[in-house]
Design a protein around this ligand. Sequence first.
Ligand SMILES: [Zn+2]
Length: 421
Amino acid sequence: MTFRRILRAALAVALVSPCVTQSQDVAATTPVRAALDRIRADNAWTIEQQVSICEIPAPPFKEERRAAEMKRRFEALGLRNVRIDSIGNVIAERPGTSNGPVVILAAHLDTVFPEETDVRVQRQGTLLKGPGIGDDCRGLAVLLAVAKAMGAENVTTAGAIYFVANVGEEGPGDLRGVKHLFAKPPAKIDYFISVDGTGLGLTSRAVGSNRYKVSFKGPGGHSYGAFGMPSPIHALGRAIAKISAIQVPRTPKTTFNVGIVEGGTSVNTISPLGAMDVDLRSESPDALATLDAAFRKAVDEALADENARWPQSRVKVTVDVQSTGVRPAAAPPDTSRIVRTAQAAARALGFEAPGSASSTDANWPMSLGVEAITLDGGGEGRGAHSVTESYDDGDRGWLGPQWALMVVTMLASSRQAPGGA
Ligand SMILES: [Zn+2]
């Protein structure tokens, strides 16, 4: 039986029975259908994975312990050639039967939480509470659930599937895990799917961001004795005033934020440093470039204004603008095969998944022209990036891993568009 027939049968059953529980159809004998059922039957196991992996801390740049555990679990599930690459990504293979499309299914290891954070998970029925439990312990659990179900039910695909638990998705990581993956790919990658966070949403466009650390510097001195000297903090204030007055388009959504300010030693000292962390974002590469230019102009003008304010001073303030993160914006067409496949699979499982824009690991492959999406992992999440983060599996949390399994299987099985979709 060809995969197209299997899939059509699986989709047909799924369409009449969104829960995919009945087994009177020919699809009941097919591996894909069995794997979907297996995911549902193994839901408690998936939740166990999510909780236990989340209780291993994984602060930015300190993902090693969680990575080692994911490697162990991938191996236990029978995935091949499981290794940790030089940047810290865990890569595991499920070989294809012929020369079909190569699909990456990824989730990120890192959290936003510092090392000393209490990462123990509290459980109350289907509700789980703990830092990172949704973002992205849910994604890691989905990878394990998909690998387990495909292995148990012998789902075969023409192309290879690589399961990747990657480092560096969150802010300071600057997508270093996926950037490395695409710089040194395990094979030519046709499709990239990240499973990140909770819900049943589809990210099909990439919100780009440019992040900077801006440091105004000067010699500093006594507030009274050295009065008349330009001040790095005053220059910083001028820059913030100018940035906050930048006009940005509502559509495409374009935003700016000064998130952290630093500097100063005492109330009666002209500070030697005034620094800020700035985040600029847009769905549109052009709008982001325009905003970036306006930001740089604001900083340059603030510096010139502060130095011009004290023309008699022999010392000047200088500025250093350092890039701390670049995520390219990208808006591939919603008619791409990967988006249509994700939407067809969602419909087969009984829900709609219109494409939306977000900032995820998929930004990087999208910007390289590789078909890429991010899928939510199911369930319902609250308070991502806060220590009060929670995840509720509800009564249909398994839809997340079912969706991921269908999408990777459909993509890796043929180079053609999904049957009937
Ligand atoms: Zn995330």
